[in-house]
Ligand binder design. Structure first.
Ligand code: SAM
Length: 317
């Protein structure tokens, strides 16, 4: 297709909006991409080619969807999930030339991803590509990874500051629960910085395209993932406190917690409880070889995993 025919060309986007009398809904994070160079960068960063299966969250008027359809040609598949009913007829019209696109009208957060993958007989790792609605960036990314469905990569436009947090290393100001969660599942790489004038309407903040390449295995061995993420949330819930104080003072962790230790011989799930006290955390830190006065923001993923494993072991006694 000729480049000047793409929806993402500003005059074509304006023509679509005018034809349908479309008014943006700010609360749905509607900022449409109007820059062909950025579009090229996304397709390149996501490494989209013939035969790929793509999943897009929030196709808008189809600017990115069209580029995905062109890159995957007929052999691939493009699933585009849009919440706004006003956009469905526009998408159907704009993407009528592509038989391999599936427009799905729903709230992405309501999709049961494992059932969806099964129903659609998705037999290859999927490449997620999206210019995300910024108000639900983190829930979308966590839902994708935590669902356990086969993903090759997640290449998304997010707020610049969120991209920095996803990539941040221990001890930096951007490091937090999101950095650890993303880095547990994927390897992040910022592929492009995108200024506000590449969107219509312009957002108030800078954006970035980040590629999260799914790891085949988590980089650390952890006995109880849920407990580790509870510890991480507690540590960053009060990030200026020492880890000992943040954890014992956390509403989610202070007191008694349940640790699931797997299956008993009779098939029942074995659940043990653990009393989270200052003494226990202090002792666990010592056993894991970590300083007693450390703050959560200085702990690496490896150290959170070690601490979790020591605590999970305690629950056995
Ligand atoms: N992909 C288009 C583009 O790049 O021009 C539009 C991107 S715009 C930043 C975000 C899109 O996500 C909007 O079309 C909005 O209606 C849609 N959206 C917002 N919340 C959603 C949700 N929960 N599920 C599915 N789509 C959603």
């Amino acid at each position: 297709m000729e480049r000047d025919q793409f929806i993402a060309v500003p005059k074509n986007t304006i023509a679509v909006l005018q034809k349908h009398g479309f008014q943006f809904k700010k609360q749905l994070g509607q900022n449409f991409l109007i820059d062909m160079h950025v579009l090229d960068k996304i397709i390149r960063a996501a490494d989209i080619g013939p035969g790929d299966i793509c999943l897009e969250i929030g196709p808008g008027i189809g600017s990115l969807t069209q580029a995905l359809c062109e890159a995957t040609v007929d052999d691939g598949r493009v699933y585009a999930v849009e919440i706004d009913d006003r956009l469905i007829p526009i998408l159907e019209e704009n993407l009528a030339a592509y038989p391999h696109v599936h427009i799905i009208h729903t709230d992405f957060m309501k999709i049961d991803l494992p059932s969806f993958f099964e129903e659609e007989k998705i037999d290859r790792p999927v490449k997620v590509v999206a210019n995300l609605p910024y108000y639900i960036t983190t829930p979308i990314i966590m839902a994708l990874f935590e669902s356990g469905v086969p993903l090759a990569s997640v290449t998304v436009m997010v707020q610049e500051e969120v991209a920095r947090r996803m990539q941040a290393k221990p001890g930096t100001k951007d490091y937090g629960a999101l950095s650890l969660a993303v880095q547990y599942y994927a390897e992040p790489y910022i592929a492009a910085h995108v200024p506000p004038n590449c969107f219509m309407p312009r957002p108030n903040v800078g954006s970035a395209v980040i590629r999260l390449t799914r790891r085949p295995q988590p980089p650390v061995e952890v006995q109880d993932e849920k407990l580790m993420f509870k510890l991480i949330r507690a540590a960053f819930g009060q990030r200026r406190k020492t880890l000992v104080n943040a954890v014992t003072g956390s509403p989610e962790l202070g007191g008694t917690i349940r640790i699931v230790n797997g299956q008993k011989e009779n098939g029942e799930t074995e659940v043990r409880t653990l009393q989270i006290t200052k003494e226990l955390i202090t002792q666990a830190l010592e056993e894991a070889g970590i300083s007693q006065t450390i703050r959560g923001e200085a702990l690496s993923l490896q150290q959170f995993a070690e601490l979790t494993n020591v605590l999970a072991k305690q629950a056995d006694h």
